[in-house]
Design a protein around this ligand. Sequence first.
Ligand code: CU1
Length: 537
Amino acid sequence: MTNSSTSEPLNYLNHKTGLWSWLTSTDHKRIGLMYMYTITIFFCTAAILGLLMRIEKLAPGQTIMTAQTYNGMFTIHGIIMIFIVVIPGLAAVFGNFFLPIMIGAKDVAFPKLNLFSWYVFITGAALGLYSQFANGHSPDTGWTFYVPYSSSASSNVVIALTAAFVLGFASILTGLNFIVTIHRMRAPGMTWFRMPLFPWSLYATAWIQLLATPIVGITLLMVIAERTLHIGFFDPSLGGDPILYQHLFWIYSHPAVYVMILPAMGVVTEIFPTFSQKPVFGYVPIVFSSLAIALVGYFVWGHHMFTSGISYESRWFFSFLTFLVAIPSAIKVFNWLSTMYGGSVDLKPPLLFAISFIFLFTIGGFTGLTLGSLATNIQLHNTDFVVAHFHYIIFGGMGFAFFAAIHYWFPKIYGRMYNFKWANISWGFLFVGFNLLYFPLFVIGIQGMPRRYFDYDPKFQTGEVLSTIGAFILIIGLIGMISNLVYHSRRGAIAPANPWHGVTLEWQIPSPPPHENFDEIPVITYEPYRFDHPHTN
Ligand code: CU1
């Protein structure tokens, strides 16, 4: 079948056109793209806020904004990046687009619920943005909403809390949808251990979304109740306990880090075998390390509270448990490197981003151990060292995996190819800019520069200036990368169905995929990542 006006073969992009056909589409692929476009807009907004904060810090004292504006900026930067960009990011964009295809299904289990969750997401995101501007009182609590300040601050805390609460529902609905999809919709013959590893990572992620998100939801509601109805949960003056808030918040928000990073690990686990033309090394250990990370992630939240006055016993216990997370993470790094070892490695842009992911994630991981270790944590707590660490995990990890994913699946999504040279140059700016932006923060953090401070001692200025230069280089890389992708999504050369010679199911169907993915549901007769098996080229 072809589209009569363009004589292109019919696919999910051209079988119906017009904005309304997108806004009412229950096609998992279109919903994935709607998430991608909205998330990209929010990412760019929050990145600009980040750049403005970096400009402010070029010199001690006030440079371009007041201290109160600065407090609002780091708060809204965090709320947008965490709740709107990074938590939904990979799962809602590439999970929606590729999970059904990779398990041989025509859609997710609940397509209408899927569209509904996008509307919930948009509502929450709009509220988050509104909280920034309403009455000129942008929230200034930081994205963690710590009490007792958040129970009493006069800024738009209630709107921001409501936004995070609503966004949580979108996350729960997506997780629920993916769990049922993976249990019920796998193609005939696709046993659990024939399922590719990106779907496995989404499965582990979905359980966290489903089980942990309600905890933060109720916690944020409790803060709203405390502020509006003066019910004492956390505020000592109302008989509450602020430490209780920290427990409840981090019981969700530590596992939430794995909602961000597990799908990132899943993405690169797809890329390494394809660009080495070699089966993934240690399929089963990778599956169980994903599940182990999801499980152990529930028992380490206290490492955010070492200086809060919790007991010595619970501190060393949480410190010990935190170290356990390093084991499954290291298993994965070992398996990725072993997958490449001895393969015919082809350093195309997706692999370049995936290797950068390993490099940056490993720095983030080791500095995470530094922070998880009780003694050094006391010294480094609330310094810029923490800011550097989590940007290496969240941006260097999840962000670079997102960039790897879009460069990997772009030809499948749009049926066109981006410019490799342009992609490689953008990568250079991103990689150099990223490290120059965040590495100096480790150094000034160790020297005692606190996080979230508007002003600073002149002795930190060299580090701050280097970091700001890095931010500009990073932004150039982002502009280069995004313009390459946007331009070539319509004008790039027509891509073949399987440009990288991949073996998972998404590479066996046309690009862009047809509306319902498969004319006939495939029957799976062998394990994934069999490069010796005949496949489409
Ligand atoms: Cu944590």
